[in-house]
Design a protein around this ligand. Structure first.
Ligand code: FAD
Length: 421
């Protein structure tokens, strides 16, 4: 006989008990005070490798504790280590956890937000059993190996190839912009498996061991100073066939599962006790610009558009939670996010002027340059502005399709990017 699922109220009560025992409760919200605490507002992680390792160890420790108590993969199927509960239980847990100070889990965003759902949807039972629990318990971390020097927006032009060799595949090629590859244990890779088919048809997805012989990871330095991306080279790397994701040559659908989850996670709204908007308002007050009509106008414009974007993103998330396919809200949400980022940057630049480009040592000034220099990355990650506009133009407004690159001829007959021969 199976027992009835725990009620949301009882679940929230047991979450509180767990958090009381394992985390520190946040102090009653003190108002953000200009000049106090850290002035870091960077877009990307800018840690040294030592600081990154320390952050990762804390994140793994917290995630494994949550997992062992049944609070990490709340909606996951029990057969693979999840708690088998509903999104309502998950929301209830998240609401309670927000009251406590816990380790940031950003290092797992790609692995758990994009790779794990793809493994659940497309991997063999053996691979699901091997990786899902380990990923959700943070015993291992996953990364996304899609982009290549000649294939970004036009991902289907990728050229890393996988060749069958008995029960294994041999992977050779180069990936680029791989966030977090430096601390990842596995990667979701899309490879070309049949160049005689049109470009979208001859692709296959795999789970690859990032520590396998033949994998070489080289960091890429960003203009903000950090190195959170990498180039990853594969030289005849062996992957067992049961690490294939979905059918041979069905990799485009596998990639779409991952990309759908990527846009959902990027479109998510910014929140938190010291969020950027709170800091911005404090800065405006600090410089006594709260009566300035131009500043007030720019701030109101930013606030209104951010609220609207938040509701659009909420609509997309609710649709997915209700089991529906996400629609154009995802692309619109992403475009709105980057447009609001531009509004924010323009306002910060208007207020700070030269203090943004020269470090005078004054608290809360030059630190914003990290955010402004990181912002262009958001216009590209998860689908560039132009590509998002193409999607909205074609699928929402019904405009004629982007001419694009030949998607009917065999891939080996078309010249794309750096394709040889
Ligand atoms: C912060 C960040 C994190 C990332 N993390 C990862 C990761 O973990 N794993 C991974 O695989 N990749 C990652 N990427 C790579 C990302 O997916 C690609 O950068 C993105 O798909 C764009 O590809 P590209 O850089 O090759 O640019 P291109 O596709 O070469 O685009 C160049 C320019 O041409 C425009 N353009 C291209 N096609 C069209 C078109 N049809 N119509 C109009 N304009 C067009 C683009 O908008 C852009 O302005 C990351 C990127 C960023 C910025």
């Amino acid at each position: 006989m199976t027992s009835a699922p725990i009620s949301v109220e009882d679940f929230a009560a047991s979450a509180r008990k767990f958090l009381e025992a394992n985390a520190e409760r946040k102090q009653v919200k003190t108002k953000f005070t200009w000049g106090e605490g850290t002035d870091n507002v960077s877009m990307f992680e800018e840690r040294s490798r030592d600081a990154e390792a320390e952050m990762l160890a804390k994140a793994k420790d917290w995630q494994s504790k949550r997992f062992d108590a049944g609070f990490a993969w709340i909606t996951g199927p029990t057969e693979f280590g999840g708690s088998g509960l509903t999104p309502v239980h998950e929301r209830a847990y998240n609401a309670v956890e927000r009251e406590y100070r816990t380790a940031p889990l950003g290092a797992f965003q790609i692995g758990l937000g994009m790779v794990a759902p793809t493994i659940l949807a497309h991997a063999s039972d053996a691979a699901k059993a091997k990786y899902l629990k380990a990923m959700w318990r943070a015993d291992i971390v996953g990364c996304q190996l899609f982009s290549e020097p000649g294939a970004g927006s036009d991902l289907a032009s990728l050229q890393a190839k996988a060749e069958r060799d008995g029960d294994e595949w041999r992977i050779t090629g180069q990936k680029v912009w791989t966030s977090g590859a430096q601390f990842s244990d596995i990667g979701e890779i899309i490879c070309r498996t049949d160049a005689s088919l049109p470009k979208h048809k001859g692709l296959t997805g795999f789970i690859v061991d990032m520590h396998a012989p033949g994998v070489e990871i080289r960091p890429l330095r960003q203009m903000t100073g950090g190195a959170s991306f990498n180039e990853v080279f594969f030289n005849e790397v062996r992957v067992p066939d049961d690490h294939r994701l979905g059918d041979v040559n069905n990799g485009w659908n596998v990639a779409l599962t991952t990309l759908m989850n990527e846009r959902a996670s990027i479109g998510a709204a910014d929140s938190g006790e010291n969020n950027i908007h709170t800091r911005l308002v404090a800065m405006i007050r600090h410089y006594e610009l709260d009566k300035d009509p131009i500043v007030r106008d720019m701030l109101a414009d930013l606030y209104i558009n951010s609220r609207v974007a938040g509701f659009t993103s909420q609509r997309a998330t609710d649709k997915m939670r209700a089991g529906q396919l996400p629609g154009p809200e995802m692309s619109i949400g992403k475009m709105a996010l980057v447009n609001n980022q531009k509004r924010l940057n323009d306002l910060v630049a208007h207020i700070l002027g030269a203090k943004l480009v020269v470090d005078t040592g004054e608290w809360g000034t030059y630190a914003w340059s990290q955010l402004l220099l990181g912002a262009p990355g958001m216009r590209i990650a998860g689908g560039s502005d132009e590509v998002m506009r193409n999607i909205v133009g074609e699928r929402v407004l019904g405009l004629p399709k982007d001419v694009g690159i030949d998607s009917k001829s065999p891939f080996r007959d078309i010249k794309v990017g750096t394709q040889k021969g």
